[in-house]
Write a protein that binds this ligand. Structure first.
Ligand SMILES: NC(=O)c1ccc[n+]([C@@H]2O[C@H](COP(=O)([O-])OP(=O)(O)OC[C@H]3O[C@@H](n4cnc5c(N)ncnc54)[C@H](OP(=O)(O)O)[C@@H]3O)[C@@H](O)[C@H]2O)c1
Length: 319
């Protein structure tokens, strides 16, 4: 059976063979239609994640989309599903293969009709964007939102999901001009540059071009997060869900305390299966209405090595 393999920590995935899995107790067999390469896959495979060095070889892929091959009463053959795996975090194989055996509690039935490649591209990044905005960030209609890293998948999803949730002004901050243009096309009102600068005051001047904001969605941390705190209104919230820019941030106490700001962490790992399923249902519903998309590129699984570390639009492997 076709599969991508991490043969040694720190080396890119290669195309290979794996025995076809059989269904164990409490598992569902899924014919995989699409498996995205996400930052967590690369981090785990590098051997430098806080999950430790993974046992190799293993099939990477922490999420995927497919059709049930063999399931249970609730998951009949042919049901479109999204599924999660612990590949790279715990021993076991992930989504980047033709057929996956997945514990039933990690399988979510999807409404039919959505493009599996697009749903895979959005996946947990869109779930994180939606839950950071609502569940963690408490977005209320009319509130102003600042989305950092608006060129990434979390950022693109956050702009669109904030818009459809009734946000007021949306400011998108992104490094590349193409990312900023796309953010405007996706529904942002203003797009500001986020060059590789550690000058917090300069970044804050740019981010504040439209006035104070109520909520920041932050997949970056570092100087951009510190700057974003400076443009929050009193009692405003910043939800951090990643560290694509830096693991630490030069946050000053006076900014935090003078306006009683709230800095909140978020991880998908804390969601209950019901919360995760509900968020995915919302993501798919938004896809079906045409209000949610993301820049992505389908690539045959056999070509995994060439795209494993490629920056830019989300790569989705198609077995
Ligand atoms: N907490 C959770 O549950 C959760 C869930 C999903 C994702 N995440 C995390 O959220 C982050 C973003 O995920 P994603 O799926 O959106 O990844 P992605 O599509 O790879 O996007 C990463 C973004 O980070 C930006 N970036 C990278 N280095 C930067 C720097 N030095 N300064 C400013 N911007 C920088 C990139 O900008 P360019 O476009 O300009 O390169 C891009 O917009 C990752 O850290 C991921 O692990 C967390």
């Amino acid at each position: 059976m076709r599969a991508a393999l991490i043969e040694a920590p720190g080396s890119p995935a290669v195309a290979g063979d794996r025995p076809e899995p059989t269904r164990g107790e409490g598992e569902v067999l899924v014919a995989v239609s699409a498996a995205p390469i996400v930052p967590l896959d690369r981090l785990c495979a590098s051997g430098t994640s806080y999950f430790g060095v993974p046992a190799t070889p293993y099939v990477p892929g922490v999420q995927g989309v497919g059709l049930v091959l063999e399931g249970s009463a609730g998951l009949a053959k042919g049901t479109p599903v999204w599924f999660a795996t612990s590949a790279g975090m715990q021993p076991g194989d992930g989504s980047m293969r033709a057929v996956a055996a997945v514990p039933e509690h990690d399988v979510v039935a999807l409404a039919p009709g959505a493009d599996p490649v697009l749903v895979a591209a959005l996946g947990l990044s869109a779930v994180a964007a939606w839950m950071a905005l609502t569940f963690r960030g408490g977005l209320a209609a009319g509130e102003r939102v600042l989305v950092l890293g608006a060129g990434g998948v979390v950022g693109q999803a956050a702009v669109q999901l904030a818009r459809s949730a009734g946000a007021g002004r949306i400011v998108a901050a992104a490094r590349g001009e193409r990312s900023r243009e796309r953010a405007l096309a996706l529904g942002a009102d203003v797009a500001v540059p986020l060059d590789d600068t550690d000058d917090v005051a300069r970044l804050a001047d740019r981010m504040g071009v439209d006035g104070p904001v109520d909520l920041v969605v932050d997949p970056l941390f570092g100087a951009p997060a510190a700057a974003a705190l400076r443009v929050l209104r009193p009692h405003g919230r910043l939800v951090n869900l990643g560290s694509s820019a830096a693991e630490t941030a030069p946050i000053d106490s006076s900014t935090l305390r003078s306006r009683s700001l709230r800095v909140l962490g978020y991880t998908n790992n804390e969601l209950t299966p019901a919360q995760r399923g509900g968020a995915l249902a919302h993501v798919v519903a938004e896809v079906l209405t045409g209000r949610l998309t993301v820049a992505h590129e389908p690539v045959p699984l056999v070509d995994v090595t060439g795209v494993w570390d490629r920056p830019g639009d989300r790569i989705v492997l198609v077995p």
